[in-house]
Design a protein around this ligand. Structure first.
Ligand SMILES: Cc1cc2nc3c(=O)[nH]c(=O)nc-3n(C[C@H](O)[C@H](O)[C@H](O)COP(=O)(O)OP(=O)(O)OC[C@H]3O[C@@H](n4cnc5c(N)ncnc54)[C@H](O)[C@@H]3O)c2cc1C
Ligand SMILES: NC(=O)c1ccc[n+]([C@@H]2O[C@H](COP(=O)([O-])OP(=O)(O)OC[C@H]3O[C@@H](n4cnc5c(N)ncnc54)[C@H](O)[C@@H]3O)[C@@H](O)[C@H]2O)c1
Length: 449
């Protein structure tokens, strides 16, 4: 061993939800593990993603619920205040963006935390911040996650635009906000800021909001946004961005928009070239690291989480982490299957989805039937909009969407149906409690004919 080279059994690059899960479990299993982290142990989810954004959403939903009181249960006067939201995020969610607890959890299990940016310099070799050389006897797990992808719009570079980081860290609500991108990040944060009083405009390149989901979902969210005063421009992209003093101007094909802040939420990217994956024999120009169903990307190389391109979700990162862990330890375990990936966009109403959309199923040449049912009695009672859409492939479901106030919870039943390939006849024979939101599934099943 070289004097400067440190040896471990496994090196985990990136300690987000995926890397943390692998690294902690390997350390618990008694292996010598180095966890290399360039920012905060825990990654995007707890500090700039899932957790603080859902805290914001909870607060925004409370405001919306109070605003529904007139005409149903009396009078309510709602005075939004961002201070408790910012405080909860700082104190309860992120510890003021301090990862001491997470770092100690890992080192407490015997892991070695190496702070810095890792680069692959060869098979089983990592260089940290150009100075520290780490070598792994068993291999390297790449879990570098993703960062906001910034589109090459003239004028944008160098302006003080927001990504999810600044939108989560904000200690006040801007008077106005342009959100570029109407996917999950854009839609969730647009609604939050609008409900707290910002004048919000969403600019989405695709024909509908949430374009990766069923078109009915995008239409529903667009209608809700219009009702809440959010301006939505779909089918258009920004052609130029300017920032003067305290305002942004965003030019689109259809006109120009002005706002105090601009949030860029146009997707995510993993920088494989900066990671030096070429040194491990992988394609540096690829969008994601190709993995097999044991999460192997090469000899002594595994990848988990956003970097694998199988779905940017914390539950995906931790699912893959468990599979990689079993493989590294040489233990039998299930292999990765992606036919029933659940995801929830936590707008109000929530959009939960699993498996394939109708379009994806048709593009795959499956034997497709689809049916949509409204939320029926419960929706009418609650004065809530939503629907259940089912996509059948022969006698099983290939995909489903549940949009509504509890769309993410209703999704549980649909995920089970798609995951376990439960025959549609069996689903039809079930009793659906009245008047629940999930009862719409029974109606949609009937609609499949
Ligand atoms: C606003 C927002 C809201 C979200 N909400 C949800 C949600 O509700 N539910 C859900 O399931 N998902 C949600 N996500 C997605 C979720 O956050 C990610 O899918 C998840 O964090 C991915 O985990 P990961 O381990 O792959 O990577 P990450 O969480 O991205 O962590 C990767 C880590 O690797 C580190 N790193 C990168 N490069 C290097 C390097 N070269 N050397 C050392 N360290 C490196 C980074 O600093 C980072 O800490 C949300 C994302 C955003 C942006
Ligand atoms: N609740 C959740 O689970 C949750 C919440 C937030 C984010 N996420 C994950 O994080 C990832 C990133 O979210 P995201 O919303 O940034 O990405 P996304 O890919 O979901 O959406 C980006 C949107 O921006 C649009 N777009 C791209 N370039 C554009 C341009 N130049 N002008 C206008 N629109 C443009 C795309 O058409 C797309 O609709 C998602 O893949 C999602 O899985 C999950």
């Amino acid at each position: 061993m070289d004097a400067e080279t440190e040896e471990f059994d496994v090196i985990v690059l990136g300690l987000g939800p995926g890397g943390e899960e692998v690294a902690e479990s390997l350390a618990e299993a008694g292996l010598a593990v180095a966890g290399v982290e360039a920012a905060l142990v825990g990654g995007e989810c707890p500090y700039w993603g899932c957790v603080p954004s859902k805290m914001m959403i909870r607060a925004a939903d409370l405001l919306a619920e109070a605003r529904r009181i007139p005409g149903m249960s009396g009078e309510a006067s709602v005075v939004p205040d961002w201070a408790p939201v910012a405080r909860r995020i700082r104190e309860e969610a992120t510890d003021d963006w301090d990862d001491k607890v997470a770092a100690e959890r890992f080192t407490g299990k015997g892991g070695t935390l190496v702070r810095g940016r890792g680069k692959l310099t060869g098979p089983r070799e990592v260089l940290v911040d150009g100075a520290r050389v780490l070598r792994a006897r068993r291999g390297v797990v790449v879990a570098i996650g993703s960062q906001a992808a910034i589109p090459p719009i003239p004028g944008l570079h160098g302006t003080p635009y927001w990504t999810n980081h600044e939108a989560i860290e904000a200690d006040r609500v801007p008077e106005s906000l342009i959100v570029l991108g109407g996917g999950a990040v854009g839609a969730e944060l647009a609604q939050v800021y609008a409900r707290f009083g910002a004048r919000v405009t969403v600019i989405e390149a695709a024909a509908s909001l949430l374009p990766q989901e069923e078109p009915e979902a995008g239409e529903l969210i667009a209608k809700v946004f219009a009702d809440e005063g959010v301006t939505v421009r779909t089918g258009t992209t920004a052609t130029r961005v300017d920032h003067h003093g305290s305002a942004f101007t965003v030019m689109t094909e259809g006109g120009s928009h002005r706002a105090e802040r601009l949030l860029v939420a146009t997707g995510r990217r993993s920088d494989l070239a900066a990671l030096g994956v070429g040194a491990a024999g992988l394609d540096e120009s690829a969008r994601a690291i190709d993995v097999d169903d044991h999460m192997r990307a090469g000899d002594g190389l595994w990848a988990v989480g956003d970097v694998t391109g199988k779905g940017n979700f914390t539950h995906m990162a931790t699912y893959q982490a468990k599979i990689a862990l079993a493989d590294i330890l040489g233990k039998p375990g299930p292999t990765a299957a992606y036919h029933a990936v659940p995801r929830v966009t936590f707008t109000d109403p929530e959009v939960g989805a699993v498996g394939l959309t109708e379009r994806q199923a048709r593009e795959k040449g499956l034997d497709v039937r689809a049916a949509v049912a409204p939320l029926s009695a419960r929706g009418w009672i609650a004065r809530s909009d939503g629907f259940v859409k089912l996509v059948a492939d022969g006698n099983v479901l290939a995909g489903a969407t549940s949009a509504g106030p509890s769309g993410g919870e209703v999704l549980g039943l649909l995920t089970l149906a798609v995951h376990a390939r439960i025959p549609i006849e069996r689903l039809r024979s079930m009793i659906y409690a009245y008047p629940t939101f999930h009862r719409a599934i029974e109606e949609a099943l009937a609609g499949l004919g």
